[in-house]
Design a protein around this ligand. Sequence first.
Ligand SMILES: Cc1cc2nc3c(=O)[nH]c(=O)nc-3n(C[C@H](O)[C@H](O)[C@H](O)COP(=O)(O)OP(=O)(O)OC[C@H]3O[C@@H](n4cnc5c(N)ncnc54)[C@H](O)[C@@H]3O)c2cc1C
Ligand SMILES: C[S@@+](CC[C@H](N)C(=O)[O-])C[C@H]1O[C@@H](n2cnc3c(N)ncnc32)[C@H](O)[C@@H]1O
Length: 644
Amino acid sequence: MRIQPAEPAFDSDGTPYSPAYGDVYHSADSGPGQARHVFVGGNDLPRRWAGARVFTILETGFGLGLNFLATWREWRADPARCERLHFVSIEKHPFARDALKTLHLRYVEFAPFAEQLQLAWPLLVAGLHRLHFEDERLTLTLAFGDVLELMPRLRLYADAIYLDGFAPRCNPEMWSSQLMQGLARLARPGTTIATYSSAGMVRQGLEAAGFTLEKCPGFGRKRDMLRGSFAPRWPPRRSREQAPEPTRRHAIVIGAGLAGAAISERLARRGWQIDLIERRAPPAAQTPGMHAGVFHPHISRDDCILSRAARNGFLYAVARWLALEQAGQALAWARCGVLQLAGDSQRAQRMTAAIAALGYPPDYAQYVERAAAETLAGCRLRGGGWWFSGAGWMRPLGLIAAQLAAAGSALTPHFGIGVHAIVRSGGEWQALAADGAPIATAPVLVLANSNDTTRLATIAQRLNNIRGQITYLPADILTAPRVVLTGSGYVLPAAGGVVVTGSTYDHDNDDPALQVQSHEANLVRLAQLLPDAQLALDASKLDGAVGFRCVAPDRMPLVGAMPDVDAARAHKADLSGAHLTDLPRCPGLYCASAYASRGLAWAALAGELLASLIEGEPLPLEGDLADALDPGRFVLRQARHAKL
Ligand SMILES: Cc1cc2nc3c(=O)[nH]c(=O)nc-3n(C[C@H](O)[C@H](O)[C@H](O)COP(=O)(O)OP(=O)(O)OC[C@H]3O[C@@H](n4cnc5c(N)ncnc54)[C@H](O)[C@@H]3O)c2cc1C
Ligand SMILES: C[S@@+](CC[C@H](N)C(=O)[O-])C[C@H]1O[C@@H](n2cnc3c(N)ncnc32)[C@H](O)[C@@H]1O
């Protein structure tokens, strides 16, 4: 969905106003005053969050973010505040960062908070954007898009709800019964709700959805407002169970690649102890396998599931890496930009049309013609392509080391030891070495061991192991581009005297050694990307690296709770029309695997998704995307087609 930003405007008495909706953003008496009285006070905050580990607020209509800023201020000032506060807000027409900055100047009392919000403000692209503040104790998840589309896709349980559309007569969809039913799905008994509106249809809609309401004095010149709580007269139909509270916050993570390092860092951030088991040497002692990898968005004309999930992943990853650097960790990377070249004129037309249809902000993605592409790349090219200015390359080993360092003393590393088997005993998981000795025991175990995942536990689906070889070229033998070029293959700018180019995609080939024909194939790809790089080289003398991608048949990663395939088989008759929520799961067993060729874009978001699932926090991506990543999807498909 194309995001149409809001433009700042004011009504005759200077209150921020939306010409599109014909209504003001807040009470003319005071925006902050209304936020405190109606939304914070109306939900009985701060009292209700006192002492909680996690408290979640859901808002319809982020607007200027005044309700968020007022809540943040109250939370910060409260000595009994909850440990972690999640604020999730849906907004169809977000302001651009500069507009927000100008608008926020009017609310001096929020200045220190507003500045942080502006700094973290995301690109205006559809979907969920997770921003962390206050040393990650406060998390804002912005959902950009239409409320009626997004509400059903949120995965969370709200403790408090702020209902803040424009007035019902100007903005009926924000008060529709469909929306109220959507709120009920995200509420649990006792969830509170407040809104400035006291309109009869609002009250009736909420009551029909299971909320009990009272009128109480409104803010400023408004006589009444509504407040209440979710108290359905029928037992709420749960679309999913809430994750049980972990008995102790201790996890085993198997595999210290991009997947395992990210999940370890995300769990450590939430106060977990981690036993990280890796059969290889620690990152500092390894020869860098993949010298550097590329990260960039995925684009499709129909904005398919992969494009949406990868957008979420790409943006979250970059934000996390910047945060790691800010926290003092060193990363070797560059956001030099990535040019995805069209290759031929037909594809160029399709790429231009896709960009026009999707309407992305140019700093996310744009189409550039050949001349502009050559200026960006600093070398001759055959044509134009998509330009991702915020994308680039990253050295994975450095990232892994930084994430493990960030996890600090929460992490107990076990390097140089492979996990032979996992067993569940006494309600906990054990990782066993080849001699049967336990390496570690914990209530939660995360399989982040790529191609080895399905040896340790089953998902009723074979994963593909696809060899890839990259080639290292001495930087002085060619004019390397200033940006990453991708297309038939990829080539990176020179770094440390080396130009990395690749890579092969070799099915049915498990040779870990460098192969001459793979280097030759990479040189052919390079010449397609860089017309001036017709290099007559002896490929047998070239250096490079070989790795193996773990790829699921649908090319989406596997991130989530592991299915209990035996239990599913035993009850397969019940599963023919079932949903993922109906699948039996192995308690405490999770997976973060099959990142295929996009480990850099998936790892951070997958880590946050798993940590959120394990802790029962709002998910950082839309529900249909989480389902597309669910490791139980193959079991369910087989059950539906009577093939389990
Ligand atoms: C040639 C090539 C080029 C690529 N280029 C890019 C790119 O440009 N951009 C990009 O984003 N991605 C790229 N990829 C993909 C990327 O490398 C993967 O997506 C990523 O490495 C997956 O991370 P992972 O942690 O899941 O797996 P891995 O990196 O394979 O890590 C899994 C870890 O688990 C350990 N392990 C396995 N079994 C056990 C066990 N039983 N006990 C203990 N430890 C175990 C392994 O030793 C390993 O360290 C490329 C891949 C290849 C092969
Ligand atoms: C009254 S303002 C919200 C003010 C905001 N809560 C604050 O604290 O500043 C209403 C908001 O709802 C948004 N909105 C209107 N229709 C929407 C829809 N269908 N989906 C999502 N957001 C919508 C508007 O763009 C606007 O920002």
